[in-house]
Ligand binder design. Sequence first.
Ligand code: T3D
Length: 257
Amino acid sequence: MKYIKYNINNNIAEITLNNPEVLNSFNMEMSIELINLLKTINDNQEIRAVVIKGEGRAFCAGQDLQEAISGKYKIIEIVKEQYNKIILAIRNMQKPVIAMVNAVAAGAGANIALACDFVVASDKANFIQAFSKIGLIPDSGGTFLLPALIGLARSNALLMLGDKLSAIEAERIGLIYKCVESEKLEEFTFELANRLSQMPTKALWLTKQLLLKSYSNSLEQQLELEAEYQNIAGDSYDYKEGVNAFLEKRAPEFRGY
Ligand code: T3D
């Protein structure tokens, strides 16, 4: 791949957005590389946690604006073929996805991070809903994710004003999971990934789906779905292993299925 670096270690897939001259902003080719890679990772049962990070001095600055104004692609094509597919591939990933945000995450780059199950950011990082600054509306799920995470009042301000939000403040208002000292970012992120990779992956995937569906379900529908998914989890190897390990007073060895 030209714009993405990728490796697997200890059941953890590490994806690096690698277009640092333009702060890892996305062009069509880079987006297709990422979409295909996310599908490959999803299909690989050996992989049980995913980390997405950025090369150089940014996480990601969203759309490559040079390509956007080049006329090569229509805006609707960019949004549907790049960002909608990336966001859905992350949300539908059957294992937990962590965004490791080392520095700025802007526009679609911010919302790609926020679509991940965990956002761990450096205390030097910041998030910018940069869309309004260039006359666009927030895409890549911004109008869905932000109200769900931080409510309407703060979403209005961030999405309309497009101000820079520090990672420290992002953690304080509940937009991200954790803000850590920049020197400890990598260590903290991979400890988390390692922990997740040893958990019952199937149950985590079912949990992920339940949380997403809770936005549109009634309590009755959600209770029904919990019963249905608990039934699926109850059929798993990991459920039997978890209960046996508890009864035998030992640590469980989950396999992810
Ligand atoms: O078609 C569509 O557009 C629809 C799709 C929309 C999805 C979106 O993501 S829209 C939002 C697009 N992103 C932005 O508007 C953010 C643009 N970038 C910035 O505002 C700033 O670069 C940052 C706040 C992210 C960082 O600022 P700073 O001062 O640390 O860096 P810089 O000097 O602005 O950027 C460094 C270089 O990266 C610079 O190039 P140069 O001067 O060294 O040759 C800059 O032009 C380039 N760069 C940064 N962001 C982008 C970019 N080049 C192309 N596209 C970018 N998004």
